[in-house]
Design a protein around this ligand. Structure first.
Ligand code: SF4
Length: 364
């Protein structure tokens, strides 16, 4: 197997992204076969355990409180609710559950303790557990690891340059800091981004540079196509072309050969043929369930029909890394320190975010 390269440049990545498509596909599929089973795709289930009311201003996100979209918020789900949903997901072929909470950052206290219990519960169902909870401190990362967390998701979203056009309430370096905190534990890193936010191809390459030059590279990279939602600043963005998605997946596969590349949001707009080409180009995970946090997603039965048609098998859990042990709360070696992650609060102005905020209906 080839060595993993960590010194990618934007120019090298652009040269791959812009290759004639057939060459790009051939190269990506070749790398994919060397590192993964090409007939296996992981089915993951994304659960929104706490929806809406987020204080951040991510321009693509209907859960940001300031844009007042039609999203109905909910309080943190109970452990029993999460367990029931995880069991349902497992019975329909999922090997991984990703729990998302619309928080800026994790706060020590009852709610975080409840999330830790959810992690223990799902790990005991022999499923990979991933969480996406916003910024976390090193101590919080250790507590999640001790509970049996398999992966932590914290997306870079875009290139460092374009990030400033999408989010003003935190900086790119804050994202890297949380990833760094996760890396101090044995929890794997899931980090990717979104295309179709109005960024240039150079920004897509810039984001891939930031991910591929991490050492180690993220074990998991979700590639999302923007799902524009009315009321958000990016509501008017044009849909991403399937060819862009295929190029993005193929490039990610080539530069991060060992990584699980996840075909994430935006699949409802993709034909089966388009998705098949993404799998050929190296995507080896999809998210199942009719909702991806808050945006539409194909029905799981439809996905299973697609798998059958393409001769794909759902991936078993813990293929790449052993199942972590879960330490019970009473035996924990880590105390809650009550600290908050420090973040840069850049608060620069983004015109379209400001406009969307002005248009928002007043909060009832
Ligand atoms: S993407 Fe996450 S952090 Fe950003 S507004 Fe939405 S829920 Fe909040």
């Amino acid at each position: 197997m080839s060595e993993i390269k960590h010194n990618w440049t934007k120019e090298q990545i652009l040269a791959i992204y812009n290759k004639p498509l057939m060459e790009l596909l051939y190269e990506a599929a070749t790398v994919h076969r060397l590192h993964h089973d090409p007939n296996t795709v992981q089915v993951s289930t994304l659960l929104s355990i706490k929806t809406g009311g987020c204080p951040e201003d991510c321009g693509y996100c209907p859960q940001a409180a300031r844009y007042h979209t039609d999203i109905e918020g909910n309080d943190l789900m109970s452990v029993q609710q999460v367990k029931a949903q995880a069991l349902r997901a497992k019975s329909s072929g999922s090997s991984r559950v990703c729990m998302g909470a619309a928080w800026r950052n994790v706060k020590d206290g009852e709610e975080f303790d409840q999330v830790l219990e959810m992690v223990r519960t799902i790990n005991k169902l022999d499923m990979e557990v991933c969480c996406t909870l916003g910024m976390i401190t090193e101590n919080q990362a250790h507590r999640l690891a001790e509970a049996g967390l398999y992966a932590y998701n914290h997306n870079l979203d875009s290139s460092e340059d374009y990030y400033k056009e999408v989010i003003s309430t935190r900086g790119f370096e804050d994202r890297l800091k949380t990833i760094d905190n996760v890396r101090k534990t044995n929890v794997t890193v899931c980090s990717g981004g979104i295309i179709g936010m109005g960024e240039a191809i150079e920004d897509r390459a810039g984001m891939l540079v930031a991910l591929a030059t991490l050492n180690p590279q993220p074990e998991s990279v979700p590639i999302n196509a923007l799902v524009p939602v009315e009321g958000t600043p990016l509501a008017e963005e044009k849909p991403v072309s399937i060819w862009d998605m295929i190029r993005m997946v193929a490039t990610t596969r080539i530069i991060m050969p060992e990584t699980q590349v996840r075909l994430s949001a935006g699949r409802t707009e993709m034909s089966r043929e388009g998705q098949a080409m993404c799998f050929f180009a190296g995507a080896n995970s999809i998210f199942a369930g009719d909702k991806l946090l808050t945006t539409p997603n194909p029905d799981v039965n439809e996905d299973m029909k697609m798998f059958e048609m393409l001769g794909l098998n759902p991936q078993k859990p813990f293929i790449k890394k052993m199942q972590p042990a879960s330490v019970e709360a009473k035996d924990s070696q880590f105390e809650a320190l009550g600290e908050k992650p420090k973040w840069s609060r850049p608060e620069h102005k983004i015109e379209r975010n400001e406009e969307a905020k002005q248009k928002a209906k007043p909060i009832q």
